[in-house]
Ligand binder design. Structure first.
Ligand SMILES: Nc1ncnc2c1ncn2[C@@H]1O[C@H](COP(=O)(O)OP(=O)(O)OP(=O)(O)O)[C@@H](O)[C@H]1O
Ligand SMILES: [Mg+2]
Length: 292
């Protein structure tokens, strides 16, 4: 990804949209701010090199995502091919991702402040669970829930889930199989390349809550391919500390919630996102005095 010359793409015209500036880049693609001439508005344009996804699967998935209509899901506008890329245009969320918000907090001079508050994190994750619950009722599993894919609109504070079901592949250790998702957040069954269901997203939400409240996850610093192998083979030892050991902000009750969501055996997790959200709401109500 890093060797793609993004400067040459500035000014490119893609289906009536002019690319204005690079907004950010991830493992699979690059997101640009673009200007849509017809409606005179700024939108987000994600470009993914064609070797990362087949055009057919990308288009098929985009079609499914475009049918999703939820206040906490970024609206997909268009999809297509441009030179050596597949592109997807979406509603631009002006604000920061949860990842960027957390990264800023990691620079705090006081170590105990290098994480996000529960009063900030839990409402964002409750909205994420609403979005996922809706997606699941439409038979769409996100498969890549993580702080980089949760955006918080600056003006309204509303959380939006992005990259729903978008093909993203990671080679497994035996190099014969690809899996979707990001190693730290994916459940063992996804690392093994098995068919995933709603409970894969529940696992990833649990890991995301854990990371936000602890600042960093107690996981080994290894290349993605090794992490996928560890998740698949030894999921019980993947995280080296328990949630409460990794942060004093995680009390016994919150630890139980995180551990249930991130159980290695998916049968032991919450059965659905609504149930998970109810647990978070009850916690937020009783312990923090906030309604989510
Ligand atoms: N519709 C959008 N509006 C505003 N920002 C967005 C939008 N979509 C993505 N972003 C931001 O652009 C950046 C790059 O996104 P991208 O999806 O390429 O990377 P990522 O989510 O970090 O990793 P991955 O490649 O695994 O998805 C991220 O910071 C993301 O939060
Ligand atoms: Mg993303």
């Amino acid at each position: 990804m890093s060797n793609i010359d993004t400067d040459r793409l500035i000014g490119a015209q893609i289906a009536g949209v002019t690319l204005l500036a690079l907004h950010g880049r991830g493992h699979t693609g690059m997101v640009f701010v673009g200007f849509q001439k017809s409606l005179k508005r700024k939108i987000a344009v994600k470009l993914v090199p064609k070797e990362k996804a087949t055009a057919q699967s990308f288009m098929d998935e985009a079609e499914v995502i475009a049918a999703l209509n939820h206040p906490n899901i970024v609206t997909v506008l268009d999809v297509g091919e441009y030179e050596e890329f597949l592109y997807i245009t979406m509603q631009l969320i002006e604000g920061d991702s949860l990842q960027a918000t957390l990264k800023r907090k990691l620079l705090h001079p006081i170590p105990s402040q290098r994480c996000l508050d529960a009063a900030f994190t839990l409402p964002v994750m409750a909205a994420t669970l609403d979005a996922l619950e809706y997606g699941h009722t439409q038979s769409v599993i996100h498969q890549d829930v993580k702080p980089g894919n949760i955006l918080i609109e600056k003006q309204s504070g509303r959380a939006y889930l992005v990259d729903f079901g978008i093909a993203r592949t990671e080679l497994t250790e035996d190099e014969s199989k690809y899996v979707h998702g990001t190693p730290l957040y994916m459940p063992p069954e996804q690392a093994r390349g098995h068919v995933t269901d709603a409970r894969a997203d529940i696992f990833a939400v649990g890991v995301t809550i854990w990371e936000c409240l602890a600042g960093t996850l107690p996981a080994p610093q290894l290349p993605a391919i090794k992490l996928v192998g560890m998740k698949a083979r030894a999921p019980e030892t993947f995280f080296t500390k328990s949630p409460s050991q990794s942060s004093p902000r995680i009390d016994q009750r919150l630890e139980q919630i995180i551990l249930k969501a991130t159980a290695c055996d998916r049968e032991q997790r919450y059965a659905g996102c609504a149930q998970f959200k109810n647990e978070l709401s009850a916690y937020a109500d009783e312990k923090l005095g906030i309604r989510i």
